[in-house]
Design a protein around this ligand. Sequence first.
Ligand SMILES: [Zn+2]
Length: 254
Amino acid sequence: MTMLIDVHAHLDFPQFDSDRERVIEDARETGIFIVNSGLGPSGIEKTLDLARNHDNVFATLGLSPQEFSQETIDNTLALIRKHSAEILGIGEVGLDYYWVKDPSDRRKEIGNLQVFIELSKSLSLPLVIHSRGAEGDVLKVLEENDVRALLHCFSGSFEQAERAISLDCLISIPTSVVYSKNKQGLVKRLPLESIVLETDAPYLSPNPKTRNEPKNIMLSRDKVAEIRGLDKHVVEETTTENALRFFDLKVSVT
Ligand SMILES: [Zn+2]
């Protein structure tokens, strides 16, 4: 029986408004657990609801790095503290240098990330990091702090991935590994013990221009197995174990 963890998805997004229950049920029937990443106050409420109502959905709570409103940041921090017993981790939070180009805004992003790192330490919850075009600074911040992190949709170099692994971080490979040469290159060289799988649904579909959903994580498992020349059950077992250990999660398929 299949058991896989999609470590990063956004099923609270409007792209799932018409068939969210079916998508979650499809995942459940396939043996897939979903870690939904709720962003900001409204995403947090929706994500907590999904986790409360589905035994195969879990929550991490964070905020887009492009959010600079102090009021929204404070409300988000308060909500995470309030619901910390219901969640697996803090995130996604991080640095986005693709959308944010202004140097002083980038400094603000680093300051905000630092605040969420402090929160993760005080709550003893692991971090889920978003990094776009900012791997160098993300690694610097992680190296300066002593925190466990999962690098969601990692798009840095192999050398940067190795630095992250030396900090005990996990590298999360998205479903775009089915066609992305960069992701395939990482999968070829990184230790399987440091890899987890995610869809980032509705984004990063294995079939570009279509909506992604958690059951596509099976295609990632198969692709990783093909690249590594391993049995797909070995990839499934190892990546699932990695995710369960990281989130301190105990679940089984019923
Ligand atoms: Zn995401």
